[in-house]
Design a protein around this ligand. Structure first.
Ligand code: TYD
Length: 215
């Protein structure tokens, strides 16, 4: 059976890495073959991207093309997966992606690149089966980002608001292209959920969708 791409998306400070990793281990814990992976990658183009981001906000077209090149490498060549993401899918893995092409369309779109062109540039990358958008208030995200040691030029409140708004359009388009989209808020009863509670909610929701897709 072909594997499944579960892509986690959101603005900086929404806990994507923590929750992608936890989701992967919970899925493995119930006997699924699940693997965690991240974009930008640690590969040659990924490293170039980190250099570029460290020195300010790059031209959105330059960024988009580099992120797309890194994505092509991730899909077909990344040696940390059996034959890249595509190889892992052929082998039936649930591939949990900590960011995917939807980040490109939202981030580079919010920076001024044309969304139609961004979809086109990324058209080689298969649609995710499931996209989970982790929804966190921008103020909470900014507070988390500011408490980290390393900051990237990208991470400013105004920009994150624009990215969050751009994600709305991206998720609608992804849905129209056949992805299942799950929007999960980290706020419940007016309070931000702790990591354990949110991770458990995420696992329950994703498991239910995986169950459905197997029927
Ligand atoms: P991020 O996941 O935040 O890396 P880390 O947590 O290790 O610093 O990704 C780096 C930044 O790149 C983040 O601000 C989102 C942005 N990004 C894009 O602008 N376009 C893309 O296609 C991707 C995958 C990420």
């Amino acid at each position: 059976m072909r594997g499944i791409i579960v892509a986690l998306e959101g603005i900086d400070g929404s806990g994507l890495t923590t929750h992608s990793r936890l989701l992967t281990s919970r899925l493995s814990g119930v006997g699924l073959r699940a693997v965690y992976t991240k974009e930008p990658t640690g590969g040659p183009v990924g490293q170039l991207i980190r250099q570029l981001l460290a020195s300010g906000r790059p031209d959105p077209r330059v960024a988009a093309l580099l992120f797309a090149a890194d994505r092509a490498w991730h899909l077909s060549q990344d040696p940390s997966l059996p034959g890249g993401v595509l190889g892992a899918l052929e082998q039936g893995y649930v591939v949990v992606m900590d960011r995917y092409k939807y980040s490109s369309i939202a981030y580079q779109g919010a920076s001024g690149a044309d969304p139609g062109w961004l979809w086109e540039v990324n058209s080689f990358a298969p649609e995710a089966d499931i996209i989970v958008f982790i929804d966190v208030p921008v103020e909470v995200a900014v507070a988390r980002v500011m408490s980290r040691e390393v900051r990237e030029g990208y991470e400013t409140e105004r920009f994150l608001r624009a990215v969050k708004e751009a994600f709305e359009g991206v998720l609608r388009e992804a849905e129209a292209r056949g992805a299942r989209v799950l929007r999960l808020s980290q706020v419940r009863d007016g309070k931000v959920m702790d990591v354990e509670a949110f991770s458990s909610l995420l696992f329950d929701k994703v498991s239910a969708l995986l169950e459905e897709s197997r029927r």
